[in-house]
Design a protein around this ligand. Sequence first.
Ligand SMILES: Cc1cc2nc3c(=O)[nH]c(=O)nc-3n(C[C@H](O)[C@H](O)[C@H](O)COP(=O)(O)OP(=O)(O)OC[C@H]3O[C@@H](n4cnc5c(N)ncnc54)[C@H](O)[C@@H]3O)c2cc1C
Length: 402
Amino acid sequence: MPRPTSIAVIGGGIGGLAAALALLRAGFDVRVHEQARTLSDVGAGIQLAPNCTRILDRLGVLPAVERVAFAPDAIDFRRWDDGRLLSETPLGAGMAEMYGGPYLHAHRGDLVAVLAEAVTAERIETGRRCVGVSSGVSGARVHFADGGSADVDVVVGADGIHSVIRETLFGPERPRFTGHVAYRGIVPAERLTHLALEPRCSVRLGPGAHFVHYFISAGRLHNVVCVIEEPSWTRESWTDPGDPEELRRAFAGWHPVVGGIIELMDRPLKWALFDRPPLPSWSSGAVTLLGDACHPMLPYGAQGAAQAIEDAFVLASCLSGAGRGDLPDALLRYEAIRRGRSARVQELSRVNGHRFHLPDGPDQRARDTAMQSSFGISPEIDWLYGHDPLVAVEAGTSARPA
Ligand SMILES: Cc1cc2nc3c(=O)[nH]c(=O)nc-3n(C[C@H](O)[C@H](O)[C@H](O)COP(=O)(O)OP(=O)(O)OC[C@H]3O[C@@H](n4cnc5c(N)ncnc54)[C@H](O)[C@@H]3O)c2cc1C
C-alpha cells in the first residue's frame, strides 16, 4: 500500500486546526505544529456565519460547537447616541433554514478546543516554532527553532498575519496599521442583567468609533469589541492591556448601554488592527498559505475565521485524489478558487470600517437612510452566507460578483 500524502500544517489557530481536520477527513497524514506551549485563543468572541457553520457541519463538529456557542436572534445596527435602530437582520431559525447552517456566537477558546479535540492531541505538536521552509523537487522541508526539521509532501502555512511561511515564500513585507484599534473584553452575563440586553448582536455606529456586543458561551458571557481610531501604533506588541479610563473617555456621550457595559469590562485588551493588500499568489511548489497568513482582514465583516475555514475545506477538496506529482497543481487550483472571494471579503471589511465611523453629517445621513431601507437580507449578506465551497470547487472559481 502506498503511504498517505504527508502534510505539515504550521499554526494551530482556527484556520490551521480547521485545515488539519478537513485534511484528516480526506485521508491525509497530517501534523499541526504550533509555536505556543498550549493551544488557546485569547478570551474573546467570534461570530460564525452560516457559510462557516455549514462547513463545520460537514466536518462533523457543528453539534459540539453548538453546545458551547450562543444562537442570536438577530443582528442590529444602531446610532451611537440615542440607540435608534438603523437596520436589523434576523439570524434565527429562518436564516439557518435558508443557508443550511445556523448563525452562532462562540468563545474563540471553545471553538479552538472543539477543533483540537476532533484533530486529536497526537496530531498536534505544541511549543514547535517554525522558522522557515524549503521546497524541494518533490515535497518540502520545514525548519523549527529547536533545530529540528520535518520532510513532508505538502506544507500549509496557517501561521497568521505575521506568517513566517509567507515571508519565506514571498519576502518580507510589513502589514499596514489601519489607524483602528480594538478594545476587547468579556463580561459575565449575570453582571449585566440590569441592562436587559436582547439576545442579539448589536453594532453601534458613531463618529470615529463603533461598539459591538453579543452573548457567547451558551449565554453565560457577553463579548465586547470597541473600535476607536488612533493616528499611529508605535509599540512592538500588537496587543496591549487597554486603559479603562481611555476607553471610557472615547465613548463618553454614547448611549447609556455602552457606558454601562464599559464600566463592567475589567481588563480590556487593546489590539492594533493591521491590514495587507491581497497577495497575487499564495503557493510555491509544495507550500501554500491559508487564513490570515494570506488574507488578513479587518473584523468589520466578522469573516476572518470564516474565510480561513472556507480555505480549509477547499484546500482539502483540491488535494483529495491528487497523485504525488500533481500536488503543486492542486495547490494552484486551491488558490485560484479562493483568491477572488477572500480578496472581495477583505475589501468589504475595509469599506465597512470607513462607513461605520462616519462623522455626523450628510454622508452619515445618506448611510443611515440606505441602511434603513435595507432591513433583512442584503445582496451582500446573501453573497457571503450563501456561498457553497463545494460548488466553487466543482466550478473551479469563487470569483462570483456580489
Ligand atoms: C477584534 C477582532 C474580531 C474578530 N471577529 C471575528 C468574527 O466575529 N468572525 C470571524 O470569522 N473572524 C473574526 N476575526 C478574525 C479572525 O480572528 C481571524 O481572521 C482568524 O482567527 C484567523 O485565523 P488563522 O488561523 O488564520 O490565524 P491565527 O488565529 O492568527 O492563528 C495563527 C496560529 O499560528 C501560530 N503561529 C504563528 N507563527 C508560528 C510559527 N512561526 N510556528 C508555529 N506556529 C505559529 C500562532 O501562535 C497561532 O496559533 C476577528 C479579528 C479581530 C482582531
